[in-house]
Design a protein around this ligand. Structure first.
Ligand code: FE2
Length: 366
């Protein structure tokens, strides 16, 4: 349901509107022993080259600079911090220093660096200074689907969802499996990714590509004497169709039951570092062109998702310091959009107890 075929110049202007004097950086990660190269990853290098070419052409016309592509070894896990060094035109450079010298960064990574880019944005607050798009797992075929969308319509859609989440103290989610979980949204405010990343963007100067979600981190218990009330059972499907069952109490996954291999897969993940058990996000994805194909970054933009682990880059309190070490930091998004193995119905509850149905069986009803 894209508005028109993808035109990279239209897209760049719609989303980023780069201005004279800017410095633009694209980043790609490289395979490691832990993360071997795959076909999509290899193809992403060509895509990064294409995008850089388009930015460079525009830059010559408008007077902004486009740096060589910054390459670095893939991080251990999604949302682990950036490694210290990368290469720029074959030169060894500090990644943080390089990020601190550009005004726009686009991460086209195999292992998501959204939180690393968010940290860079916090070092120089304000979109006029620095803004970043995180495009983990980006693929060429996304251009005509979830990138060439009507961004004005997406902004409007996000406004409607944001207002609802802003007024909510809890979300009640019923999964197609019959399991239910109540998410405690007190003490928190929503964040919005509406695909707008121009220099006058207000709030967090960071988007995903594909864009389109309103998220909130559930309350994590930082207020003395106020225990988080997030509790219930969350089913999580593995690629092979097996479904693990997470029991959640006080915003932590306290037990993993259900079918194998999903059960053992997630038990292993949580055994590595207890902080991975944190419920770190719930969100409503709303990109009108998002397809559901098993690729989380696009699937999550098509409906409800939740994430476990790190949450500081989304407005929560769980950052790398809470984990055992840098290599065990993790945030994993789990989508439940229409056509996902498990769908949800979701209601938002306001402070007066009023209930608004947002999703029914994977489809939006607002
Ligand atoms: Fe999200």
């Amino acid at each position: 349901m894209s508005a028109s075929p993808f035109d990279i110049r239209t897209f760049i202007d719609e989303v980023f509107a780069p201005q004279a004097g800017e410095r633009v950086l694209l980043l790609v990660d490289e395979p490691t022993a832990q993360h071997p190269l795959n076909a999509d990853w290899k193809a992403r290098y060509a895509l990064a080259g294409e995008w850089r070419g388009a930015f460079s052409e525009l830059g010559e016309e408008r007077g902004f600079e486009v740096l060589p592509i910054l390459r670095f070894p893939a991080a251990a896990a999604h949302h682990a911090p950036f490694p210290a060094f990368g290469t720029l035109d074959g030169r060894r450079v500090s990644i943080d220093d390089t990020l601190d010298e550009v005004s726009l960064a686009i991460g086209m990574n195999e292992v998501s660096m959204t939180s690393g880019l968010a940290m860079a944005s916090m070092r120089r607050p304000g979109a006029a200074n620095f803004r970043a798009a995180s495009a983990p797992l980006l693929r060429k075929d996304m251009e005509d689907a979830c990138l060439a969308i009507d961004y004005a319509a997406l902004r409007h859609r996000c406004e409607v969802l944001e207002a609802l989440v802003e007024g909510a103290v809890a979300a009640e989610v019923e999964f197609a499996t019959g399991d239910r979980c109540r998410f405690d949204l007190r003490h928190r405010r929503p964040g919005v990714d509406n695909g707008y990343l121009r220099r006058d963007k207000e709030g967090i100067p960071l988007i995903n590509l594909p864009s389109g979600e309103v998220w909130i981190t559930p309350y994590e218990g930082e207020v003395a004497g106020d225990v988080p009330r997030t509790e219930g059972v969350i089913p999580v499907a593995l690629d092979d169709g097996s479904v693990a069952s997470f029991r959640v109490e006080a915003n932590r996954v306290v037990a993993v039951e259900g079918e194998n291999p999903a059960r053992d897969h997630y038990r292993r993940i949580f055994d590595v570092d207890p902080m991975r058990r944190n419920v770190g996000e719930i969100a409503f994805g709303c990109n009108p062109g998002a397809r559901v194909s098993g690729l989380y970054i696009e699937d999550e933009k098509a409906g409800f998702h939740w994430g476990f682990g790190r949450s500081d880059f989304l407005g929560g309190t769980v950052g790398p310091a809470e984990f055992l070490n840098e290599s065990t930091v993790m945030h994993v998004d789990n989508p439940y959009a229409r056509d996902c193995p498990i769908t949800v119905s979701a209601d938002l509850i306001d402070a007066a107890g009023g209930r608004t149905a947002v999703l029914q069986s994977g489809n939006y009803v607002i």
